[in-house]
Structure formats: structure tokens, C-alpha cells
Design a protein around this ligand. Sequence first.
Ligand code: PLP
Length: 423
Amino acid sequence: MALDVALPQVHTLPIDQMLQARLASFDPEMEDAEADNAFYIADLGEVYRQHLRWKALLPRIEPFFAMKCNPDPMVMRLLASLGAGFDCASKNEIQSVLNMGVDPSRIIYANPCKQNSFVKYAYTNQVRMMTFDNAEELHKIKRFHPEAQLVLRILTDDSKSLCKLGLKFGAPLDTTGFLLATAQELGLDVIGVSFHVGSGCFDANAFGEAVIRARRVFDQAREYGYEFNFLDVGGGFPSAHVTEGITFEKVATILGPTVDALFGPEVRVIAEPGRYYVGSAFTLATQVIARRTIVRDLAEAFTAEQSQSPSHMYYINDGMYGSFNCIMFDHQVCEPKVLVKDNAFTYKQAVVEPHGYASVWGPTCDSIDCISPKSSLPLMETGDWLYFENMGAYTITAASQFNGFRKSEILYTTSEQEVSLHF
Ligand code: PLP
């Protein structure tokens, strides 16, 4: 890639050693400017491995990374240099991809409801592929981007997904005829079909069923004079840490052969994976900034119920308004793990005896800011550290700075040497 800005350093240490190194260099007695802030460690090697896995298991389907999931500049650069395309939802997202030197043909503007000026921006910058699912959007596109290559987003069954995108987007199949007729009247170029089975999909069959629906719309399009040659199978692919229920292997085993059976080689097939690429690549380390011991009625202290309820509340320096917005927006369950401090101020990932139950809270003054209502933890002190794995998807991207808390910084490492060749 052409480098126009100084890039952050990419280390080659495993994540646990990165955590140790960062924390070992931190002296709590020094007035170092906020060295005790929460921080991420991003393993770009994990992103690279996910890409290789995709290429091996779904070689026909071109990944267009859904950057909404995590627009981290290093992840984006790596994926750009690996030849991935990008799914963008706004002008700013398109702009940041173009600024990396990526050709506009490697972008799909995959937001069925777009702002006029953003459509104009796409036109001016030769971004041609874009999705639609309603007639009003077709009129808008006719006006601002008559040369667009349109992709009809259809509604599919998203009942087996955590985030049901069908509530908002997707044309039901009994409306696609009308939409194709409208596009034809307007003289617009519709090239194919897209769908999204829902983010956090937990049933691999949903992909196969959606492809079958897409085939029906391909056939229907001929009645309106369109010969489709483009299929976009959307997102919803599981992250590498998801091992129960759905796996990427299971999806690939259903999706690949269904696509091959129903679509000839003249059809270009793309996908819009988001969490698949980044979910497992980011680990977040947070400091315990305060602790509250819950005062109990001694007479009741030893009832079974009491011993099961949290004895402490820990407050950490990233929360629901920051990285942990994924709990609210993405239905995530975030389990704290412990980094134990030893006398030499070095830290290690450790298996420690739980002290009992505790709740874990973010740093803001809002009571919604709860990360875990009940976790089994050892007795922690203010200044100790907790970490959270699998924090790469839908975390920092939607983090706010509410109450003046800054977004957590990102440090980079790679568990795959080859990654350094891509920067
Ligand atoms: N494509 C579109 C249009 C989306 O809205 C989303 C997520 O909301 C994605 C792709 C990425 O989904 P996922 O992260 O589940 O792969």
C-alpha cells in the first residue's frame, strides 16, 4: 500500500505478552499522562488468518468488508492490500476507503436508504454499485446517479439472528416485480440481488434458504428485461471465537455448494462480512478504577441466596457508553478475565481462585453502564486490571465520549509474520 501517514508500530508479540509488556511499563506512582487508560490489543494476524480461511472455504465469493463493524485504519489497510472490497454505508465511509487508494469498483454502497448528497458523492467519485429496496430510492438514484449499478436487496428470514435487519431493510418478494418494473421504466441498470440473513446469525441454513430466494428474483428479472449477473450474499458470518451452533465452516458447507448449484460462473458473487474478520482479533484491557464492598446484614450473611449475590462492585475505565455498547446494540455477553499484579509490577494472565461474585460497571455516572451484573471473580484491588477477549466487532466503532471518557487506544501486534509485508 502507498503510505501517506506514519503508521502505528505493529509488534510481533502474542497478545498475553503484549498485555504484560504494556502493563510492565506502567508505574502507578508516576504521573504519566493517563498510562492507566483502558487499551485494546489488536492482532492483525488474526484478521489475516480469517482472510486466508475465507479464500480457502469460499473461493468463489469475494469478501467486501463491512467497515461499519470496525473501521480501524490498520485493519482496513491490511484488508485493502489483501485485495478485499468494502461495504460502505455513508459518504464518510466511502471517502475513507477511497483515501486509501482503493479503486471505486471495490466499493459497494450497501445502504438501501441514502442521503441525496451522499448519492451525488458516489456519482462524482465513480462508486457505482449500490443497493436499494424501495421505489422512492430508485427515483432518487435516477436523479443523482443515473449510471449506478443497482442491487436489489430482498427480505430473507432473519429469525435465526441476533440482530434482525429485516425490520428495517429488504424488499418482500411480492414487491420485487413492482420495483423491477419501476427501475425498467426509469431506465436504470439493475445488475443483481443482495440479502442479509441478519447479523449474528446462528443458523447456517438461513444462508442456503436466502440464496434460493435470490434465485427466484434472478428468474423474475428476465420478465423485466434484466439479465442479472451479480449476487451479494451479505453479512452475518460468525466470528472465529464462535464455536457452538454455527461456525464459518458450516456456513461455507451450505452456502458454497448452493451458490454453485443455482448460479453459473457468469454470475459474480460477493459477500459483506463484518464481525467474521475482526470479532476475535481485538482484546480490551481495562483497569479497576474503584471498588465498592456491598455491606450486608450479618444475620443474613450466610444464607444461600446471600452467598450467591455479588459481594463487590468493580468500576472499570471503559463501559457501556464506550466499547461495551456492544452489550446493548449487539446483544453481546462480555466476560471479564483477570490480569493479576505481582510485586514487580508485571502482570500475567492467570487462573485465580474466585472470591465470590461481583458486578462490573463502566466509569460514567449512569446506572445503565453495567458490563456484568454477576461474574465470578477473585478479590480485586483498585489498580488491578481486567481484560475482555473477542472485542473486535461493533465495539469501538459505536463508542461515544459520554461524560468525557475517551475511546480506548489501540495497540497493534501480529501473530503472523507475513502481515508486516502488507504495510
Ligand atoms: N452488510 C450490511 C448491509 C449490514 O447492515 C451489516 C451489519 O449490520 C453487515 C453487512 C455486516 O454484518 P456482520 O457483521 O454480521 O457480518
